[in-house]
Every structure is written in C-alpha cells, then in structure tokens.
Write a protein that binds this ligand. Structure first.
Ligand code: ATP
Ligand code: MN
Length: 145
C-alpha cells in the first residue's frame, strides 16, 4: 500500500526521527523512497539582501553542498536496508516543491516531522507540515517531536 514514500527533510532532529519511521515502513511493503530537500527561496531572499553578490553565490553554493552531503548519508542508510532511493534538492517554496514531487513520482505516502529546524515550543505544527497536511492528496504520516 505504501510502496512509494516521499520523505521531505530539512535535516532537523525531528526529521531524523521521522526517518526512523521511513525505515520501518519497509515492513509494510515500502520499496522506494524519494528524498527531497528544498532550499527555501524566502531564506535566500533574506540572504541576498545582506550579502554582496559574490558572497551570496558562495553561501548558496555552500547550502547546496551541505544538503547533498546530508542527502548522501540518508540515501546510504536507506539503500543499506533495501530501499530503492532517488534524491532531489530543489530551490523554491517548500510546500510547492513537496506537492510537485508528490504528484510527479507518484507517491503513495508522505512522511514528515511535525516540526523542523525552528521547532517552536508553542506551535502544534510547523508551517510546512501544517500546509502539507492541508493540501496533500495522499496520506501524510506526521512524526511528532
Ligand atoms: P517553521 O518552518 O514554520 O518555522 P519548523 O521548522 O519547526 O517551523 P516545519 O518547517 O513545518 O517546522 O517542518 C516540518 C517538517 O517539514 C520537517 O520535519 C520536514 O519533514 C519538512 N520540511 C520542512 N522544511 C523543509 C525543507 N526545506 N525541505 C524539505 N522538507 C522540509
Ligand atoms: Mn521550518
């Protein structure tokens, strides 16, 4: 039932916890995982307003390199236990990219953390997870922090 899993990750602790459940879904027939990281456009806009162009390009390149490294680690972990894995690093609005990839693959389930990097104590859900739950057309497994 949950053959094609979409796992959007921001590499936060909560997202790491969600990875544990991605792994366990192999017991429920999981075959393929699409790993997705979105470099948030709105953060880039902020960066571009404080850095000079060359510095900004360097920061963007660093963000991309750091993300590919982290993705590589997760990809290996998943391949080791028998998953087929594809990875994507996108630049844009996290919600939009998550929905685009979910439709493209086509995925059977999305696994996300309830929170991410901000992890604000008072919030029931992060803004990305809230919007994904609202908009997704497929089941969403939300892993609580
Ligand atoms: P906020 O971003 O609203 O300040 P937050 O960082 O605590 O709050 P979210 O960003 O909603 O929470 O993160 C919830 C989950 O959404 C993460 O655990 C991760 O699975 C996914 N996610 C968040 N940001 C990204 C991203 N840039 N790329 C891929 N997945 C993401
Ligand atoms: Mn976030």
């Amino acid at each position: 039932m949950f053959e094609n899993i979409l796992f959007p990750t921001d590499f936060s602790d909560v997202s790491r916890k969600a990875l544990g459940f991605v792994k366990r879904l192999i017991e429920a027939g999981g075959k393929k995982v699409t790993l997705l990281h979105v470099i948030d456009e709105s953060n880039l806009d902020t960066l571009s307003s404080i850095y000079t162009v060359p510095d900004y390009l360097k920061v963007e390149k660093d963000l991309h390199e750091k993300a590919s490294k982290e993705m590589g680690f997760i990809e290996n972990e998943l391949k080791e236990i028998g998953y087929e894995v594809t990875t994507e690093i996108a630049k844009g609005i996290p919600l939009r990219e998550i929905l685009r990839v979910a439709a493209k693959e086509p995925s059977s389930i999305i696994i996300i953390g309830s929170h991410g990097k901000s992890n604000i104590q008072e919030m029931l859900l992060g803004s990305v997870s809230e919007k994904v739950i609202r908009k997704a057309k497929i089941p969403v497994l939300v892993v609580k922090r």
